[in-house]
Design a protein around this ligand. Structure first.
Ligand code: C2E
Ligand code: MG
Ligand code: MG
Length: 693
């Protein structure tokens, strides 16, 4: 509070108003400056607010003239004239904004209001009430700057800014005039978005406005619009304003980013060669499908497809042809599927099909049949016709598993089964397959290296002349003892050795062993003894087969006529020229050929006529019931007669009883092989073996 003491001698005392209640009020007011002046513009009153605003204390100010205190130079003259004019002529000085001067010479903007009145001494007094506008001006300047900044920002940012009401009506809009997205505001101002955007997009806007307002935070979403040229993609971000009745919406064109991310997605989720979903995406779709299927109680099928012998195509015709085949195969698969199904490439020549909602005609078997059918037509690649077949494994959900990895594994297992059934077929997963698969893998693993470790051994089963009961020869039968697996039956490991190709070195081992044993055996008995060796189809694919056999015969000093090679119908059914050529070659060399397991396959007479067979071996399955099943007996009788008419000798396999032997004798079977005379035995045992009479 200021106390306005005037000097004793100052004649200004007549202006001094003691105890004026207004002064008391002004004294303490800090926010406004109140100054009193006499007729000569000398300060007679200076409140606290004046001290703060102008920097002079009341002691400093009292008695000083207005123009010496707070008027800047150019204002002095007109102000003095104005005041005099007011005092003398009653022309009021209007209130207004002024820039005055502080004690420290700074400018200060004030809004100044003036009153002039006459006191009890009949003297004129002027009071000025000044409000500091500097802060306000500052704020205003800042606002202006911000507005400029915003405008400049809108100009350089390619986004569109909207102010929207809760019902999506646009009430304000900013966009740089140069923005690619600039649209004239008249197109949408004061309209709800549904007036100019497609329904689905407008709905998105509305639901997101609600979300932003309800949650009071930023929401964002994407949408696309069909533009005159092509589709454009946008991202909209919304934030509610303080009153929660409007939202600010920023719309950005993200078409380019969208295309870029699509490209990245393609690489990450699709197979480059075929354009099909890759393993990752296919399995992701499967897991989604399974979730939906579980909710809706539906069946889903997983088809695991593998192109048969694709590796061979790749190796012999080159990767270019292989790639083209894969692309064509993918196209054929895609054509067969409904929109809601998925076909993906798992890698290499493996594909996966995901089929949902199996029902009626749309069942797994008929789909599998259609798939096989689709591959029956040859592929035309570079002017060449190629036949490619499929092996298909099928696992169904929920029966064969409810999760992706289990279903995939089981479909894979079933696919292996289809392969082992001879390819170009399909197979459903069954529980037993799993343990079989594991066992198979184990056997396969142990078999590698088994030859080098000396785990194989050849045993021999004698063959007896049915009339003389003399030993005429023996069949070489492979035995495998593995420390991990124990004895493994050839029925189990031979097919695996065929699949892996290991049968080639193993077969060579058997042949060498058998021939060198025969040399010894003949030297102990008579030189007409012969050995039968089984040959697998796979061994014919080895183009060194003939030369190998020739060399082995020479090395062991065995006459070709004492070697018999047993093949099954399966070999002939492959129908390959190289097999025919090999059989002709073997026959020319004087080697005997026998048809093994006759009766189990097609038992085709035409094969017997077509190829130069010497011996026919009737399969054990017909011998087993020969004494108590008339039709089996008739069949064996017929077969023997037929074989004899073609000049073939007949061996009965699996003869276990005296009765069987005697009956076969009656039916004029030539040779007998079976437990009745002997199980397969070691070479040493065979050297000592003879039939007791
Ligand atoms: P296979 O060529 O038909 O051989 C005859 C099979 O019948 C042998 O089984 C033999 O032990 C068995 N057998 C013989 N007499 C009787 C009998 O009275 N009762 C019964 N229950 N069985 C009898 P093994 O040794 O288990 O061989 C099974 C199959 O494995 C052979 O059938 C043959 O196809 C294949 N195999 C065996 N050794 C070789 C080989 O060195 N190379 C090739 N490629 N296959 C072989
Ligand atoms: Mg055999
Ligand atoms: Mg046999």
């Amino acid at each position: 509070m200021s106390t306005n003491k005037l000097p004793e001698e100052n004649s200004l005392s007549q202006y001094y108003i003691v105890n004026d209640p207004l002064h008391h009020l002004f004294d303490i007011a800090e926010a406004i400056s109140v100054q009193g002046y006499d007729e000569n513009r000398r300060v007679i009153y200076w409140n606290k607010g004046s001290e703060i605003l102008y920097g002079y204390s009341s002691q400093e100010a009292i008695g000083q003239q207005l123009e010496d205190l707070i008027l800047p130079e150019p204002m002095k003259e007109p102000v003095i004239a104005g005041i005099n004019n007011w005092i003398n002529n009653g022309v009021e000085i209007p209130s207004g904004e002024l820039v005055l001067r502080r004690k420290n010479a700074e400018d200060v903007t004030v809004f100044s209001t003036h009153v002039l009145f006459t006191n009890e001494h009949d003297k004129k007094q002027m009071y000025c009430i000044d409000v500091n506008l500097s802060d306000l001006r500052h704020v205003e300047a800042e606002v202006e700057l911000k507005e400029h900044m915003l405008e400049a920002t809108f100009e350089v940012i390619p986004d569109l800014f909207f102010l929207m009401e809760q019902d999506s009506t646009i009430t304000d809009y900013y966009a740089g005039k140069n923005s690619k997205l600039y649209i004239s505001p008249k197109n949408f101002m004061n309209k709800p978005v549904s007036d100019f955007l497609p329904v689905d997009v407008a709905d998105k806007f509305k639901s997101n406005i609600d979300k932003a307002i309800t949650n009071g935070n930023v929401v964002s979403f994407e949408y696309d619009l069909l533009m005159p040229r092509d589709k454009a993609y946008f991202e909209a971000r919304m934030t509610p304003l303080a009153d929660n009745k409007q939202v600010i919406v920023i719309v950005r064109d993200i078409t380019e980013q969208h295309h870029a991310s699509e490209l990245i997605k393609r690489h990450a989720f699709y197979d480059n060669l075929t354009g099909l979903p890759n393993r990752f995406l296919a399995l992701d779709r499967l897991s989604q499908m399974l979730n939906e299927a579980e909710r809706n109680n539906e069946n889903t099928a997983v088809f695991f497809l593998d192109l048969d012998d694709f590796k061979k195509v790749n190796d012999t015709l080159g990767h270019d042809v292989g790639d083209k085949l894969l692309v064509e195969s993918a196209a054929r698969l895609k054509k067969l599927l409904r929109k809601e199904d998925t076909v993906g490439r798992l890698g290499g020549d493996e594909f996966i099909l995901l089929i949902r909602r199996l029902e009626g005609d749309h069942n797994a078997s008929s789909i599998a049949k259609n798939l096989l059918k689709a591959f029956r037509k040859p592929f035309e690649i570079d002017g060449r016709e190629l036949i490619l077949t499929l092996s298909i494994g099928i696992a169904m959900s929920p029966e064969n598993g409810k999760d992706t990895s289990k279903l995939l594994r089981n479909a894979d297992t079933a696919m292996y089964k289809a392969k082992s059934l001879g390819r170009n077929t399909y197979s459903f997963y069954t529980k037993e397959m799993n343990s079989k698969m594991l066992r198979r893998l184990e056997v396969e693993g142990q078999m590698r290296g088994a030859l080098a470790r000396g785990e194989f051994e050849v045993n021999y089963q004698p063959q007896i002349n049915a009339f003389t009961k003399e030993v005429i020869g023996a069949e070489a039968l492979l035995r495998w003892y593995n420390p991990e697996l124990g004895h493994v039956s050839p029925a189990e490991f031979i097919p695996i050795a065929e699949d892996t190709g290991l049968i080639v070195p193993i077969g060579q081992f058997v042949l060498e062993q058998a021939l060198s044993f025969l040399n010894l055996w003949q030297s102990k008995h008579q030189s007409t003894l012969r050995i039968a060796v089984n040959l697998s189809p796979r061994q014919f694919r080895d183009n060194r087969l003939i030369s190998f056999i020739e060399k082995a015969l020479t090395n062991a000093k065995i006459d070709a006529s004492n070697l018999e090679l047993e093949i099954t119908e399966g070999v002939l059914m492959i129908g390959k020229n190289y097999i025919d050529d090999a059989l002709i070659e073997l026959h020319k060399m004087g080697i005997k050929l026998s048809m093994d397991d006759f009766g189990t396959g097609y038992s085709s007479l035409s094969y017997l006529r077509q190829y130069a067979f010497d011996i026919l071996k009737i399969d054990r399955s017909f011998i087993t019931n020969i004494t108590n099943n008339k039709s089996d007996c008739d069949l064996v009788k017929g077969t023997i007669a037929m074989a004899h008419s073609l000049g073939l000798k007949v061996v009965a396999e699996g003869v276990e009883t005296k009765e069987q032997f005697e009956l076969l004798n009656q039916l004029t079977c030539d040779y007998i092989q079976g437990y009745y005379f002997s199980k397969p035995i070691t070479p040493q045992q065979l050297v000592e073996f003879s039939v007791e009479s």
